[in-house]
Design a protein around this ligand. Sequence first.
Ligand code: ACO
Length: 325
Amino acid sequence: MKCIRSELIGWGHYLPPKVLTNDDLSKMVDTNDEWISTRTGIKSRHISEGETTAQMSVKAAQMALKRAGLEASDIDLIVLGTLTSDNTTPSSAAKIAGILGMRSGTPAFDVGAACSGFVYALTTADNMIRLNQVKSALVIGAETLSKITDWTDRNTCVLFGDGAGAVVLRACEGNGTSDDRGILSTKLYADGSKYDRLYTSGGVSTTAHAGYIFMDGKEVFKSAVGCLSEAAEYVMNDAGVSESDVDWLLPHQANIRIIEGVGHKLGIAPEKVIVTVDHHGNTSAASIPLALSESLESGKIKKGQLVVLSAMGAGFTWAGALIRI
Ligand code: ACO
Protein backbone atom coordinates (compact mmCIF):
# COMPACT_ATOMS: atom_id res chain seq x y z
CA MET A 1 0.00 0.00 0.00
CA LYS A 2 1.41 3.40 -1.01
CA CYS A 3 2.59 5.53 1.92
CA ILE A 4 4.74 8.56 2.73
CA ARG A 5 8.24 7.82 4.02
CA SER A 6 10.98 10.13 5.30
CA GLU A 7 14.03 9.56 3.12
CA LEU A 8 17.46 10.50 4.48
CA ILE A 9 19.01 12.68 1.77
CA GLY A 10 21.82 14.49 3.62
CA TRP A 11 24.10 14.10 6.60
CA GLY A 12 26.73 16.18 8.36
CA HIS A 13 28.76 16.40 11.52
CA TYR A 14 31.11 18.70 13.35
CA LEU A 15 33.64 18.08 16.09
CA PRO A 16 35.45 20.94 17.84
CA PRO A 17 39.20 20.81 17.08
CA LYS A 18 40.49 20.34 20.65
CA VAL A 19 41.12 16.65 21.44
CA LEU A 20 41.40 15.58 25.08
CA THR A 21 43.14 12.21 25.49
CA ASN A 22 43.04 9.85 28.46
CA ASP A 23 46.64 10.84 29.19
CA ASP A 24 45.57 14.50 29.29
CA LEU A 25 42.83 13.55 31.78
CA SER A 26 45.32 11.68 33.95
CA LYS A 27 47.01 15.05 34.56
CA MET A 28 43.71 16.57 35.71
CA VAL A 29 42.26 13.84 37.99
CA ASP A 30 43.46 10.58 39.57
CA THR A 31 42.89 8.28 36.59
CA ASN A 32 44.83 6.58 33.80
CA ASP A 33 44.45 5.42 30.21
CA GLU A 34 44.25 1.75 31.23
CA TRP A 35 41.28 2.30 33.62
CA ILE A 36 39.34 4.46 31.15
CA SER A 37 40.05 2.24 28.11
CA THR A 38 39.11 -1.05 29.76
CA ARG A 39 35.98 0.25 31.54
CA THR A 40 34.61 2.47 28.76
CA GLY A 41 36.48 1.93 25.45
CA ILE A 42 37.09 5.69 25.28
CA LYS A 43 40.57 6.88 24.19
CA SER A 44 39.85 10.53 23.38
CA ARG A 45 37.03 13.04 23.08
CA HIS A 46 36.59 16.48 21.48
CA ILE A 47 36.04 19.50 23.73
CA SER A 48 34.60 22.82 22.66
CA GLU A 49 36.72 25.89 23.38
CA GLY A 50 33.99 28.50 23.24
CA GLU A 51 31.91 27.09 20.40
CA THR A 52 28.30 26.71 21.50
CA THR A 53 25.79 23.96 20.79
CA ALA A 54 24.09 26.17 18.18
CA GLN A 55 27.39 27.11 16.49
CA MET A 56 28.44 23.46 16.19
CA SER A 57 24.94 22.56 14.97
CA VAL A 58 25.15 25.16 12.23
CA LYS A 59 28.37 23.57 10.91
CA ALA A 60 26.86 20.06 10.95
CA ALA A 61 23.65 21.36 9.34
CA GLN A 62 25.55 23.19 6.56
CA MET A 63 27.33 19.95 5.65
CA ALA A 64 24.03 18.02 5.71
CA LEU A 65 22.32 20.61 3.48
CA LYS A 66 25.25 20.51 1.04
CA ARG A 67 25.08 16.70 0.83
CA ALA A 68 21.32 17.00 0.23
CA GLY A 69 21.84 19.66 -2.45
CA LEU A 70 19.41 22.00 -0.68
CA GLU A 71 19.44 25.51 0.76
CA ALA A 72 18.28 26.19 4.32
CA SER A 73 15.33 28.09 2.81
CA ASP A 74 14.12 24.83 1.19
CA ILE A 75 13.57 23.17 4.60
CA ASP A 76 10.12 23.06 6.26
CA LEU A 77 11.07 22.10 9.84
CA ILE A 78 14.05 22.10 12.21
CA VAL A 79 14.20 19.95 15.35
CA LEU A 80 17.22 19.79 17.67
CA GLY A 81 17.83 17.13 20.32
CA THR A 82 19.98 18.62 23.09
CA LEU A 83 20.33 19.01 26.83
CA THR A 84 22.86 21.84 26.50
CA SER A 85 20.98 24.64 24.75
CA ASP A 86 22.75 28.01 24.28
CA ASN A 87 20.07 29.86 26.27
CA THR A 88 17.29 28.73 28.57
CA THR A 89 15.02 30.36 26.03
CA PRO A 90 14.59 30.67 23.04
CA SER A 91 15.36 27.19 21.73
CA SER A 92 18.70 26.64 20.05
CA ALA A 93 16.74 25.32 17.06
CA ALA A 94 15.32 28.84 16.58
CA LYS A 95 18.83 30.32 16.86
CA ILE A 96 20.19 27.84 14.30
CA ALA A 97 17.27 28.59 11.94
CA GLY A 98 18.12 32.29 12.14
CA ILE A 99 21.83 31.78 11.49
CA LEU A 100 21.19 29.38 8.58
CA GLY A 101 18.65 31.77 7.03
CA MET A 102 15.64 29.47 7.10
CA ARG A 103 12.31 30.95 5.94
CA SER A 104 10.37 33.01 8.49
CA GLY A 105 7.51 30.84 9.76
CA THR A 106 9.42 27.56 9.61
CA PRO A 107 8.71 25.62 12.83
CA ALA A 108 11.77 25.26 15.08
CA PHE A 109 12.03 23.60 18.49
CA ASP A 110 14.34 21.65 20.79
CA VAL A 111 13.59 18.21 22.15
CA GLY A 112 14.82 17.34 25.65
CA ALA A 113 15.25 13.60 25.97
CA ALA A 114 18.93 13.50 27.00
CA CYS A 115 20.94 10.84 25.10
CA SER A 116 17.73 9.74 23.32
CA GLY A 117 17.20 13.31 22.08
CA PHE A 118 18.21 12.73 18.45
CA VAL A 119 15.99 9.67 17.99
CA TYR A 120 13.12 11.53 19.70
CA ALA A 121 13.70 14.47 17.31
CA LEU A 122 13.94 12.15 14.29
CA THR A 123 10.68 10.43 15.29
CA THR A 124 8.90 13.78 15.68
CA ALA A 125 10.09 14.97 12.27
CA ASP A 126 9.24 11.62 10.63
CA ASN A 127 5.70 11.74 12.04
CA MET A 128 5.20 15.31 10.81
CA ILE A 129 6.42 14.29 7.34
CA ARG A 130 4.16 11.23 7.27
CA LEU A 131 1.19 13.38 8.33
CA ASN A 132 2.00 15.62 5.36
CA GLN A 133 2.47 18.66 7.64
CA VAL A 134 5.95 19.25 6.22
CA LYS A 135 7.83 17.95 3.17
CA SER A 136 11.35 18.21 4.54
CA ALA A 137 13.15 18.49 7.88
CA LEU A 138 16.55 19.24 9.35
CA VAL A 139 17.12 17.05 12.40
CA ILE A 140 20.13 17.71 14.62
CA GLY A 141 21.68 16.25 17.76
CA ALA A 142 24.28 18.49 19.42
CA GLU A 143 25.89 18.93 22.83
CA THR A 144 28.48 20.88 24.78
CA LEU A 145 28.55 18.39 27.67
CA SER A 146 31.91 19.83 28.73
CA LYS A 147 29.94 22.75 30.22
CA ILE A 148 27.99 20.50 32.62
CA THR A 149 30.89 18.18 33.45
CA ASP A 150 32.59 18.45 36.82
CA TRP A 151 36.22 18.32 35.72
CA THR A 152 37.30 17.37 39.26
CA ASP A 153 35.07 14.25 39.39
CA ARG A 154 36.87 11.24 37.90
CA ASN A 155 33.67 9.18 38.04
CA THR A 156 32.10 11.27 35.28
CA CYS A 157 34.63 13.58 33.60
CA VAL A 158 36.31 10.74 31.68
CA LEU A 159 33.06 9.83 29.90
CA PHE A 160 31.82 12.87 28.00
CA GLY A 161 32.61 14.87 24.86
CA ASP A 162 31.20 17.61 22.61
CA GLY A 163 30.00 17.63 19.00
CA ALA A 164 27.08 17.83 16.60
CA GLY A 165 25.47 15.69 13.90
CA ALA A 166 22.62 16.42 11.50
CA VAL A 167 20.46 14.78 8.86
CA VAL A 168 18.09 16.11 6.20
CA LEU A 169 14.84 14.21 5.67
CA ARG A 170 12.55 14.55 2.64
CA ALA A 171 9.11 13.08 1.99
CA CYS A 172 9.10 10.29 -0.59
CA GLU A 173 6.56 7.70 -1.69
CA GLY A 174 6.95 4.15 -0.41
CA ASN A 175 5.17 0.86 -0.98
CA GLY A 176 4.72 0.20 2.74
CA THR A 177 7.25 -2.66 2.74
CA SER A 178 10.65 -3.05 4.38
CA ASP A 179 12.24 -2.63 0.91
CA ASP A 180 11.26 1.07 0.98
CA ARG A 181 13.95 3.67 1.49
CA GLY A 182 13.68 5.97 4.49
CA ILE A 183 12.51 5.59 8.06
CA LEU A 184 10.64 2.28 8.35
CA SER A 185 9.79 2.31 12.06
CA THR A 186 10.34 4.35 15.23
CA LYS A 187 9.56 3.79 18.90
CA LEU A 188 9.89 6.05 21.96
CA TYR A 189 9.96 5.06 25.64
CA ALA A 190 10.49 6.66 29.07
CA ASP A 191 10.41 5.59 32.71
CA GLY A 192 10.27 8.58 35.04
CA SER A 193 10.75 6.43 38.14
CA LYS A 194 14.47 6.39 37.19
CA TYR A 195 14.66 10.22 37.15
CA ASP A 196 17.26 10.31 39.95
CA ARG A 197 19.67 7.71 38.51
CA LEU A 198 21.19 10.05 35.91
CA TYR A 199 20.69 13.80 36.29
CA THR A 200 22.26 17.23 36.58
CA SER A 201 22.67 18.73 40.05
CA GLY A 202 20.77 21.86 39.06
CA GLY A 203 18.25 23.42 36.73
CA VAL A 204 16.34 26.61 36.01
CA SER A 205 13.46 26.15 38.46
CA THR A 206 15.54 24.56 41.21
CA THR A 207 18.97 26.17 41.52
CA ALA A 208 18.81 28.53 38.53
CA HIS A 209 22.09 26.98 37.35
CA ALA A 210 22.61 24.09 34.94
CA GLY A 211 24.52 21.95 37.47
CA TYR A 212 26.81 19.00 36.75
CA ILE A 213 26.07 15.47 35.53
CA PHE A 214 25.74 12.78 38.19
CA MET A 215 24.79 9.16 37.79
CA ASP A 216 24.48 5.79 39.40
CA GLY A 217 26.92 4.18 36.95
CA LYS A 218 26.12 0.56 37.73
CA GLU A 219 22.33 1.08 37.57
CA VAL A 220 22.67 2.98 34.28
CA PHE A 221 24.89 0.24 32.89
CA LYS A 222 22.42 -2.51 33.80
CA SER A 223 19.40 -0.70 32.39
CA ALA A 224 21.18 0.52 29.25
CA VAL A 225 21.77 -2.91 27.70
CA GLY A 226 18.12 -3.92 28.23
CA CYS A 227 16.64 -0.62 27.01
CA LEU A 228 18.86 -0.33 23.93
CA SER A 229 18.08 -3.93 22.97
CA GLU A 230 14.33 -3.51 23.56
CA ALA A 231 14.12 -0.44 21.30
CA ALA A 232 16.12 -2.13 18.51
CA GLU A 233 14.05 -5.32 18.74
CA TYR A 234 10.79 -3.37 18.62
CA VAL A 235 11.58 -1.49 15.41
CA MET A 236 12.93 -4.59 13.66
CA ASN A 237 9.78 -6.59 14.56
CA ASP A 238 7.53 -3.67 13.65
CA ALA A 239 9.06 -3.45 10.17
CA GLY A 240 9.10 -7.24 9.76
CA VAL A 241 12.87 -7.62 9.50
CA SER A 242 15.22 -9.87 11.46
CA GLU A 243 18.73 -9.29 12.88
CA SER A 244 20.18 -11.04 9.82
CA ASP A 245 18.49 -8.49 7.49
CA VAL A 246 20.12 -5.58 9.34
CA ASP A 247 23.37 -4.26 7.86
CA TRP A 248 24.35 -2.05 10.80
CA LEU A 249 23.45 -1.65 14.45
CA LEU A 250 24.18 1.90 15.58
CA PRO A 251 23.61 2.16 19.34
CA HIS A 252 24.12 5.24 21.51
CA GLN A 253 27.86 5.61 22.05
CA ALA A 254 28.15 5.63 25.85
CA ASN A 255 30.49 2.79 26.65
CA ILE A 256 32.03 -0.07 24.62
CA ARG A 257 30.88 -2.66 27.15
CA ILE A 258 27.25 -1.47 26.80
CA ILE A 259 27.58 -1.45 22.99
CA GLU A 260 29.04 -4.99 22.92
CA GLY A 261 26.36 -6.18 25.37
CA VAL A 262 23.59 -4.92 23.08
CA GLY A 263 25.12 -6.52 19.97
CA HIS A 264 25.47 -9.80 21.86
CA LYS A 265 21.88 -9.69 23.22
CA LEU A 266 20.47 -8.99 19.75
CA GLY A 267 22.64 -11.61 18.03
CA ILE A 268 24.25 -9.01 15.75
CA ALA A 269 27.90 -9.74 14.92
CA PRO A 270 30.50 -7.23 16.24
CA GLU A 271 31.60 -6.36 12.68
CA LYS A 272 28.05 -5.05 12.02
CA VAL A 273 28.08 -2.73 15.05
CA ILE A 274 29.14 0.90 14.54
CA VAL A 275 31.61 2.11 17.21
CA THR A 276 32.83 5.69 17.54
CA VAL A 277 32.91 5.96 21.34
CA ASP A 278 36.69 5.41 21.22
CA HIS A 279 37.28 8.84 19.62
CA HIS A 280 34.04 10.72 20.45
CA GLY A 281 33.36 9.69 24.04
CA ASN A 282 29.73 9.98 25.08
CA THR A 283 28.23 13.02 23.34
CA SER A 284 24.63 12.36 24.46
CA ALA A 285 22.12 13.49 21.80
CA ALA A 286 24.96 14.08 19.31
CA SER A 287 26.31 10.54 19.55
CA ILE A 288 24.03 8.80 17.03
CA PRO A 289 24.00 11.49 14.30
CA LEU A 290 27.77 11.97 14.67
CA ALA A 291 28.39 8.23 14.21
CA LEU A 292 25.82 8.01 11.41
CA SER A 293 27.29 10.92 9.46
CA GLU A 294 30.88 9.78 9.97
CA SER A 295 29.99 6.28 8.74
CA LEU A 296 28.06 7.55 5.71
CA GLU A 297 30.82 9.99 4.83
CA SER A 298 33.52 7.30 4.98
CA GLY A 299 31.41 4.96 2.83
CA LYS A 300 31.10 2.37 5.59
CA ILE A 301 27.29 2.69 5.55
CA LYS A 302 26.03 2.55 1.96
CA LYS A 303 22.88 3.52 0.10
CA GLY A 304 20.20 0.84 0.37
CA GLN A 305 21.53 -0.60 3.62
CA LEU A 306 19.35 -1.19 6.66
CA VAL A 307 20.48 0.58 9.84
CA VAL A 308 18.94 0.18 13.29
CA LEU A 309 19.45 3.08 15.71
CA SER A 310 18.91 2.67 19.44
CA ALA A 311 19.38 5.28 22.13
CA MET A 312 19.11 5.46 25.91
CA GLY A 313 19.63 8.21 28.44
CA ALA A 314 18.48 10.25 31.41
CA GLY A 315 14.80 10.08 32.32
CA PHE A 316 15.28 7.21 31.73
CA THR A 317 14.37 7.62 28.08
CA TRP A 318 15.08 5.15 25.30
CA ALA A 319 14.18 5.00 21.63
CA GLY A 320 14.71 3.10 18.38
CA ALA A 321 14.54 3.78 14.66
CA LEU A 322 14.99 1.58 11.61
CA ILE A 323 16.18 3.32 8.43
CA ARG A 324 16.91 2.11 4.93
CA ILE A 325 19.53 4.57 3.69
N1 ACO B 1 39.81 6.39 37.06
C1 ACO B 1 40.23 5.52 37.99
N2 ACO B 1 39.41 4.99 38.91
C2 ACO B 1 38.12 5.35 38.87
C3 ACO B 1 37.61 6.26 37.91
C4 ACO B 1 38.53 6.79 36.99
N3 ACO B 1 38.13 7.65 36.02
N4 ACO B 1 36.30 6.40 38.12
C5 ACO B 1 35.97 5.62 39.15
N5 ACO B 1 37.07 5.00 39.63
C6 ACO B 1 37.18 4.06 40.72
C7 ACO B 1 36.03 4.18 41.67
O1 ACO B 1 36.28 5.24 42.59
C8 ACO B 1 36.06 2.84 42.35
O2 ACO B 1 37.08 2.84 43.31
P1 ACO B 1 36.83 2.16 44.75
O3 ACO B 1 36.53 0.72 44.46
O4 ACO B 1 38.13 2.41 45.44
O5 ACO B 1 35.67 2.90 45.33
C9 ACO B 1 36.52 1.91 41.22
O6 ACO B 1 37.11 2.73 40.22
C10 ACO B 1 35.41 1.09 40.62
O7 ACO B 1 34.38 1.96 40.30
P2 ACO B 1 33.04 1.38 39.74
O8 ACO B 1 32.05 2.49 39.73
O9 ACO B 1 32.71 0.08 40.39
O10 ACO B 1 33.46 1.06 38.25
P3 ACO B 1 32.56 0.38 37.15
O11 ACO B 1 33.19 -0.88 36.74
O12 ACO B 1 31.13 0.36 37.52
O13 ACO B 1 32.74 1.41 35.96
C11 ACO B 1 31.53 3.13 34.82
C12 ACO B 1 32.27 2.74 36.08
C13 ACO B 1 32.50 3.08 33.64
C14 ACO B 1 30.98 4.53 34.94
C15 ACO B 1 30.40 2.10 34.61
O14 ACO B 1 29.57 2.02 35.74
C16 ACO B 1 29.57 2.41 33.44
O15 ACO B 1 30.00 2.26 32.31
N6 ACO B 1 28.34 2.82 33.63
C17 ACO B 1 27.48 3.20 32.57
C18 ACO B 1 27.29 4.61 32.70
C19 ACO B 1 27.54 5.39 31.46
O16 ACO B 1 28.11 5.02 30.46
N7 ACO B 1 27.03 6.57 31.58
C20 ACO B 1 27.11 7.51 30.57
C21 ACO B 1 25.94 8.37 30.63
S1 ACO B 1 24.50 7.45 30.51
C22 ACO B 1 24.20 7.13 28.98
O17 ACO B 1 24.70 7.76 28.10
C23 ACO B 1 23.23 6.05 28.72
